[in-house]
Design a protein around this ligand. Structure first.
Ligand code: PRP
Ligand code: URA
Length: 212
């Protein structure tokens, strides 16, 4: 895949270990859910390297000192329904007070075109750093449309996190939304004729929620 300045692919041994278990079709729902959360937490740490901190005065037992904190109420999480829901707790582990918006998208299984069916975002989202999350980035259609929906509602600083991605989807999101930073835990080989990522992990929503 071509190199894009706005795309970061993690190459962390702990993520590799967890993704290997995640892919295994024998991994049951509870374990699958836990792994999605754990991988998301690691990705959140890594993706916050450029976060803007504000100075605060802190009184230690010995003196007053200037320290630096993430500004209150500056982070929002927006999962793409359904599978993105599985990543919310992983971001909340790092930012427990982050407000959560929801965007509902489904892929038409024949055309693979995304369709938005729900959108509810926290007030003031336009001034927050928004983590748009979805474990799977396949054709890129759902992520691109969700990003357009967020921008239409005024969001300016958006980070998109996906756990498994196909090169074609990364290219589509990176070029359609060059102002969005994209974090991928694992870049896979390709899509099959049904739009599933190979080697992939199957249908993330079904594996998270026990549906078919
Ligand atoms: C999956 C996944 C993404 C989308 C990725 O959702 O969670 O949202 O497909 O595919 P794309 O990059 O080709 O758009 P799905 O439509 O299966 O809905 P679900 O989360 O409700 O299962
Ligand atoms: N959505 C999934 O859940 N899995 C894929 O492989 C592609 C899209």
């Amino acid at each position: 895949m071509k190199k894009y300045n706005n795309v970061f692919v993690f190459d962390h041994p702990l993520i590799k270990h967890k993704v290997a278990i995640l892919r295994d079709k024998a991994t049951e729902m509870k374990k699958f859910r836990e792994l999605i959360e754990e991988i998301t937490t690691i990705m959140t740490y890594e993706s916050m390297r450029d976060v803007e901190l504000v100075p605060v005065q802190v009184e230690t037992p010995l003196e007053v000192t200037t320290q630096y904190k993430v500004p209150e109420d500056s982070i929002a999480i927006v999962p793409i329904l359904r599978a993105g829901l599985g990543m919310v707790n992983g971001v909340h582990t790092v930012f427990p007070t982050a407000k959560v918006g929801h965007i509902g998208m489904y892929r038409n299984e024949e055309t693979l075109e995304p369709c938005e069916y729900y959108c509810k975002l926290p007030d003031g989202i336009e001034n927050k750093t928004v983590f748009l999350v979805d474990p799977m980035l396949a054709t890129g259609g759902s992520a691109c449309d969700a990003l357009t929906a967020l921008k239409k509602r005024g969001c300016k600083k958006i980070k998109f996190m996906a756990i498994i991605a196909a090169p074609v989807g990364v290219e589509k999101v990176a070029t359609t939304h060059p102002d969005v930073t994209i974090y991928i835990s694992t870049l896979d080989r390709e899509l099959n004729e049904n739009g599933y990522i190979l080697p992939g992990l199957g249908d993330a929503g079904d594996r998270l929620f026990g549906t078919k």
